[in-house]
Write a protein that binds this ligand. Structure first.
Ligand SMILES: Nc1ncnc2c1ncn2[C@@H]1O[C@H](COP(=O)(O)OP(=O)(O)OP(=O)(O)O)[C@@H](O)[C@H]1O
Ligand SMILES: [Mg+2]
Length: 352
């Protein structure tokens, strides 16, 4: 649904050049919720602004629903009209809502429809329908100043959906909200994704957001995408930073002469039966030191840190057995198993 290829963005700022995007290739499939995460300054907002051509890319292409937006930008008047039409199929939600305070909630939602030249009666019908969809049917006549942050964001989402977009872009839509309101907004985005088949590209600096609703994720650093894929694919990638943050496991060996391994499972293989089978087959006691699991798309997925008696040399056969069962097994070095040495945080809490 969304493809960027070789996307770069260089800003000119007081005679200096800032490379915000440095060759970004991104693929967002139709109907998925795709999260882009990264530290402040990584280029996340630049990316989302280039995807709907709010910002003109320096080079590279952006294709949304089969239309090459970059080819339309800034060409003939005809192409300009095509670009506007293409952009109306992309909704955008902002961190600070960007509502007009002098207009009622309903009139805020009608604004994009006015711009599209839709008649008054039709606008009104559509706005009320959208208000109902976001759970604010009783707030049509209220002004933004009379709403809570979560309610304002619901209005922002309703407005973004006014043009019946296939794609919704969201730049830190929940970072101005408290945790409980964040959850309800994320749930709303998930519901809209499922009810309307809406493709959602969202940007966040909070791993929890990715964990709660994303099917796929990408990690950005210094204007580049350094990892991307479905949650299952990331988990299957040895050494993936995103997987380590999504499914953190820790726990140190309980004594000398022990082997600590991280077992990653995704898709068909269920770990618990395999581990009890391992224990029975080789007659060894296995301790579970830590586990991080979740159900993604109806499948159990996650990571478990287990301890086997004996040194690694004594455990080559049991470890081989786990691998034969389709599990990914990484032996944790003694140092790395120490409690202090969990994966470094990708994104600082409250970085904003
Ligand atoms: N309009 C602009 N002019 C000049 N430089 C800019 C402009 N917008 C962004 N930048 C620079 O581009 C880089 C990427 O910024 P961007 O806003 O895309 O990051 P971000 O990942 O969204 O960060 P944050 O998490 O803080 O929102 C930064 O170095 C920033 O200073
Ligand atoms: Mg940003």
């Amino acid at each position: 649904m969304i493809t960027t290829s070789g996307l770069t963005k260089v800003y000119e700022s007081r005679g200096r050049q800032v490379t915000a995007l440095d060759g970004v290739d991104l693929h967002v499939r139709e109907g998925e919720v795709f999260g882009v995460i990264g530290q402040s300054g990584a280029g996340k907002s630049s990316l989302i602004r280039c995807v709907n051509l709010l910002e003109r890319p320096t080079s590279g292409t952006v294709t949304v629903d089969g239309v090459d937006l970059t080819a339309l930008a800034g060409k003939s008047r005809r192409a300009g009209k095509d670009l506007r039409r293409a952009r109306s199929s992309i909704g955008m939600v902002f961190q600070h809502f960007n509502l007009l305070s002098s207009r009622t909630v309903k009139d805020n939602i009608e604004l994009p429809l006015e711009i599209l030249g839709i008649s008054g009666a039709e606008r009104s019908r559509r706005a009320l329908e959208l208000l109902d969809l976001v759970g604010l049917a009783d707030k049509a006549k209220a002004y933004p100043g009379q709403l809570s942050g979560g309610q304002k964001q619901r209005v922002g989402i309703a407005r973004a959906l006014a043009g019946k977009p296939k794609v919704l872009l969201s730049d830190e839509a929940t970072s101005a909200l408290d945790p409980e309101t964040t959850r309800s907004i994320l749930q709303l985005l998930r519901d809209l994704n499922q009810q309307l088949g809406l493709t959602v590209l969202l940007i966040t600096h909070e791993m929890d957001v990715v964990k709660t609703i994303c099917d796929s994720a990408a990690l950005m650093q210094h204007g580049r995408v350094v990892e991307s894929g479905t949650v299952a694919e990331l988990l299957a990638t040895p050494g993936s930073q995103l997987a380590a943050e999504l499914f953190p496991v820790s726990g140190a060996a309980t004594g000398p002469d022990r082997t600590v391994v991280d077992v990653t499972f995704h898709g068909e293989s269920a770990t618990q039966p395999v581990i009890s089978q391992l224990s029975r087959t080789y007659n060894i006691d296995i301790s579970i030191l830590g586990a991080a699991m979740d159900t993604v798309g109806g499948r159990q997925i996650g990571r478990m840190r287990i301890e086997l008696p004996g040194r690694y040399e004594d455990n080559v056969v049991p470890v081989g057995f786990l691998r034969e069962q389709g599990l990914q097994v990484e032996v944790v070095e003694e140092d790395a198993a120490a409690p202090a040495a969990t994966a470094p945080a990708l994104v600082k809490e409250g970085a904003k």
